[in-house]
Design a binder for this molecule. Sequence first.
Ligand SMILES: Cc1cc2nc3c(=O)[nH]c(=O)nc-3n(C[C@H](O)[C@H](O)[C@H](O)COP(=O)(O)O)c2cc1C
Length: 249
Amino acid sequence: MSVQSTLDNRKTIRKFSDKVVSDELLYSLLESAGRTSTCGNMQLYSVVITRKPEILKQLAPAHFSQPACTNAPVLVTFCADYNRFNKWCRLNNAEPGYDNVESLLSAAVDTVALAQSFSLLAEENGLGICYLGTTTYNPRPIADALHLPSMVVPLVTLSLGYPAEQPALVDRLDVKSWVHSETYSDYSDADIHKYYDYKDQLPENQEFIKINKKQTLAQIFTDIRYTKKDGDFFSEAFVSFLREQGFLH
Ligand SMILES: Cc1cc2nc3c(=O)[nH]c(=O)nc-3n(C[C@H](O)[C@H](O)[C@H](O)COP(=O)(O)O)c2cc1C
């Protein structure tokens, strides 16, 4: 059996046309996305739509001025948010105790689920989107640019607009490599070769390996794209930010 869906052909878009993305469309897509499941129906998120050039300019360096960000007419930042919920509690004679990691994780799941529902709806309605993973690298300048108060943490930024490119479909691992039946079955070396070796053979990856003078695609990830040094540095920055925002003591 083969299920057909709009996801089969979806691609990240990093170049956008001049066609205006109306607020009416964005609010309507967000309203629909708001039907996504949410922890205790608390809706522990806020979404900031940014299109003013002066604010986009402030946000760009936090996203390393990557073209997927600077080419976009709109950035949508999805934030885990206890600020609003805590205010509601306090106005109703209830003392919130959500300044902890477990609460942040609940809000993070709500926020990411909302962002992904919105992405699907946006793509189904003709928009192209790009996740900006840089959001969790540089939360402080993003929070400053967007005036995020205590107990609000930016987690996902989507750059979006009407597509001005038609990129090729990017490969995915075979579904059998990441779905386990009943319990997790750990991978032998042979399994890893079976599932991953094709990636090194893809022309685009061979080119990448050659340009970067590496032997394997895995080294592109460990030595260039996602290094331990960067991971450790951005982790510390994120933990400090969580402390400043009131989630850690
Ligand atoms: C958490 C996350 C962070 C991402 N960060 C970036 C980013 O900073 N810049 C970018 O150009 N693409 C980013 N992407 C898009 C991925 O590169 C893209 O989804 C992946 O290469 C697969 O391509 P596809 O979406 O076209 O299938 C991100 C995607 C996710 C889910």
